[in-house]
Design a protein around this ligand. Structure first.
Ligand SMILES: *[C@@H]1O[C@H](CO)[C@@H](O)[C@H](O)[C@H]1NC(C)=O
Ligand SMILES: *[C@@H]1O[C@H](CO)[C@@H](O)[C@H](O)[C@H]1NC(C)=O
Length: 503
């Protein structure tokens, strides 16, 4: 009796173990044999990685998407990536062995760690500044190492297919200090490591699997430009050099023109594709839909309101100034003088004040009044030239300041409007301030000359004509400047220019 029961139990145990073992290996095989990989060194590229992940999912891929994340990345960013459905893997940076290198290349050798991802059979690596526009699943059919040629004979490490291997990784690590790197970074190193890459055969995704399996796996294969289309090329020709319908991966290589910077959308047409994916990003954490960022949203609202308050404040002050002048004018001796004085004041402030340029318009008219009065002969000749210079300086400073103030990764329209608002506000305040100082200065010199009371507003009809002429000129200049400010950035759009050169 006993002898027959124990073997039965043993059988059962073996069966259970076998079943559990099989399901385990099955799970690992299904979810873990192939993956898309990218690297994130800091939060600046976070939005890029999110959009890249979304673009891959949109092609219908169900493969793992791994983000190798280094120390410089915030916990919030990691949480957000995980909420987006990406697998976050922490890695330590590999030091760059090159002494002579660009400073931004301090950690780029870390990219070599994708060769050490041995829990996957094959990985497709994509830089965070790429976007997938059409399925690239066929890349997993690639051999041991695939990349694409960019700078004539050089290989670009922005898109790579890698068969992770401990021995290859160890071999690389042993050669990191000895092999030269023409870029001072990983790309130069890989070019030295995969010597002769430029003569490798082109990867053919449509090769039948029989044919593929019958030949030895090539050490390296070249990818077509479709898998790593550089926007730099688009810039030069104003079109894709390859069949646009077949395009798979767009690579936004250009330094200051990363797709997440708001101004790039106004300069580079291929960024539209990126922005389209960005606005479709889901709200995986509160307030992150459409690639938004809760703290940045708050900042944008503040940035929108601050100039408005500043202008209201300045306008209010100029009103107070007018009232003060009005009361001081009441103390003057002649009633006739007072009324005329008030008339000019109201005219000066009434003209442009409602359009929130009270400061500068009233100051312009004030200073003009001063010039056309008794002190006209004493106006220094250099004042005109200096004023033009100050005007241009104020405009440049205002523009530069507003570009630095506005967060880089806001939506293109938000960025443009905020920069306009800030530029105009800063310009009006600085240049209006300058005019105010000139006005004050003119007033004091006129008083010193002892001619202030006798020469003030006594030039009669001729004076009136001059002032009204000035009003028209101010309006004219203001309108032309406003027109230019709007027209200049939209000119490429009207002319159909989306690149450096015309089509
Ligand atoms: C490479 O991968 C192995 C196994 O996953 C790991 O133990 C090792 O630390 C990795 N090496 C580096 C330099 O990351
Ligand atoms: C591969 O085949 C698909 C259809 O199966 C075709 O659309 C595509 O153009 C082919 N690609 C190449 C490089 O021949």
């Amino acid at each position: 009796m006993m002898g027959s029961r124990i073997p039965k139990l043993n059988h059962l145990l073996v069966v259970i173990i076998l079943v559990s073992f099989q399901t385990e290996t099955l799970v690992v095989q299904v979810s873990g044999s192939e993956a898309y990989v990218t690297l994130l060194y800091g939060d600046e590229f976070l939005l890029g990685v999110r959009v890249l992940g979304k673009s891959i999912r949109d092609t219908g891929s169900t493969k793992d998407m791994v983000v190798l994340v280094s120390d410089g990345v915030s916990d919030y960013a990691k949480k957000l990536l995980e909420a987006d459905g990406l697998i976050v893997e922490l890695i330590s940076l590999l030091a760059n062995p090159n002494q002579v290198r660009p400073t931004r290349f301090w950690g780029v050798y870390t990219k070599l760690k994708i060769f050490n991802m041995t829990n996957y059979k094959k990985v497709v690596y994509l830089d965070a500044d790429t976007i997938v526009v059409k399925s690239i699943e066929d890349l997993f059919k690639c051999g041991k190492f695939c990349a694409n040629l960019k700078h004539s004979e050089r290989m670009n490490s922005g898109v790579m297919v890698v068969q992770p291997s401990e021995s290859v990784f160890k071999d690389m690590m042993s050669k990191v200090t000895t092999l030269p790197s023409y870029t001072g970074g990983d790309q130069g190193f890989l070019n030295s490591y995969y010597e002769g890459f430029s003569s490798a055969h082109v990867f053919e995704p449509n090769l039948s699997s029989d044919l593929r399996n019958s030949r030895p796996v090539p050490e390296m294969e070249r990818l077509s430009t479709l898998y790593n289309a550089d926007v730099g090329l688009y810039m030069l020709a104003n079109k894709w050099m390859v069949d646009e319908k077949e395009l798979r991966v767009i690579h936004y290589t250009l330094g200051p023109l990363k797709p997440w910077d708001w101004w790039t959308a106004w300069l580079l047409k291929p960024v539209d594709v990126w922005q389209d994916v960005r606005v479709r990003l889901e709200e995986s954490l509160p307030g992150t839909g459409g690639g938004k960022n809760p703290t940045e949203e708050l900042l944008v609202k503040l940035l929108f309101l601050i100039p408005l308050f500043a202008l209201i404040f300045c306008y209010h002050r100029s009103i107070i100034q007018i009232q003060k002048d009005f009361f001081s004018a009441l103390c003057r001796n002649s009633l006739h003088d007072n009324i005329r004085h008030l008339y000019y004041r109201l005219r000066a402030s009434g003209g442009l004040a409602y359009s929130a340029v009270g400061v500068s318009s009233s100051s312009i008219n004030d200073s003009n009044q001063q010039f056309f009065n008794g002190s006209l002969s004493k106006v220094p000749s250099y004042l005109g030239g200096v004023s033009v210079l100050v005007c241009f300086m104020a405009a440049i400073v205002a523009f530069a300041l507003s570009v630095t103030v506005v967060p880089r990764q806001v939506m293109p329209w938000t960025g443009l409007l905020l920069v306009y608002e800030w530029t105009f506000t800063i310009f009006f305040i600085t240049f209006g301030g300058y005019l105010h100082v000139i006005y004050k200065w003119g007033k004091t010199t006129a008083t010193q000359a002892g001619s202030a009371s006798s020469h003030d507003y006594n030039s009669g009809k001729g004076h009136q004509r001059l002032v009204s002429g000035c009003d028209v000129a101010t309006w004219y200049y203001g309108l032309v400047m406003a027109f230019l400010a709007v027209a200049t950035p939209s000119l490429p759009c009207f002319l159909g220019i989306t690149a450096l050169f015309l089509r």
